[in-house]
Write a protein of this length. Structure first.
Length: 110
């Protein structure tokens, strides 16, 4: 079975994004459904996969990274939403966020 993981890198300061709240939503119905809310650890990662096993299903999802609280008054960004599709339930989907107070990027990692 596949799984969904994430991590956050603070590219402005060259370190992991520790203590950032990350929310995972399912976008299967007419309203987003919050599946999980976690904080990143000292390495900028979650302690466990966000989805795995029976809960890891094909569909459209959204991660919301709450970077505004992390960067405090330095920043321009508040919440960063990343919408993506899980098509292959046997694969590992890794969705990292590289961010600064003013910009971000993401990609599908391994």
């Amino acid at each position: 079975m596949g799984k969904l993981t994430t991590h956050v890198l603070d590219t402005a300061n060259g370190r992991p994004g520790a203590g950032i709240t990350v929310e995972l939503f399912s976008l299967h119905g007419s309203q987003p459904t919050l599946l999980k809310s976690v904080q990143t650890n000292a390495d900028g990662r979650t302690d466990a996969p966000l989805l795995e096993g029976e809960r890891f299903r094909a569909g459209t999802y959204q991660l919301v990274f709450h970077v505004g609280a992390y960067f405090r008054s330095q920043g321009f960004l508040d919440q960063v939403p990343v919408r993506f599709v899980i098509a292959d339930t046997a694969a590992h989907y890794h969705v990292p966020l590289l961010c600064s107070p003013w910009s971000y990027t993401t990609y599908r990692g391994s």
